[in-house]
Design a protein around this ligand. Sequence first.
Ligand code: FES
Length: 104
Amino acid sequence: MKSYYRLESLMNLYEGYCREFIVDGRQLLLTQSSSKPFLIENKCPHQGFSLVDAHIEDSMITCAAHMVTFSMIDGRVQPGSHIRCGALKVYELVYQGNEVGVFF
Ligand code: FES
């Protein structure tokens, strides 16, 4: 059975928000970009670096280690990357009252 994990109050989110969470053994990153919150795995699919220092803009995240850019909407690597790697894991956020969380 899945459990709900509260992450953040909606009033605390703002453009550029970026915070790490460990939930149910998973390393997560909650961000906000283009006025929309995103929840992704805080582990780059290329070599596993944390994305906490990544550049975030227009719903995209660029890993600071080797500059691969991923969509935070579907996790796909964006065209133009010189490195081949898999997609970033993106999780569905759940809104409950005035907060946002996730089911695992
Ligand atoms: S570890 Fe992220 S691009 Fe290499």
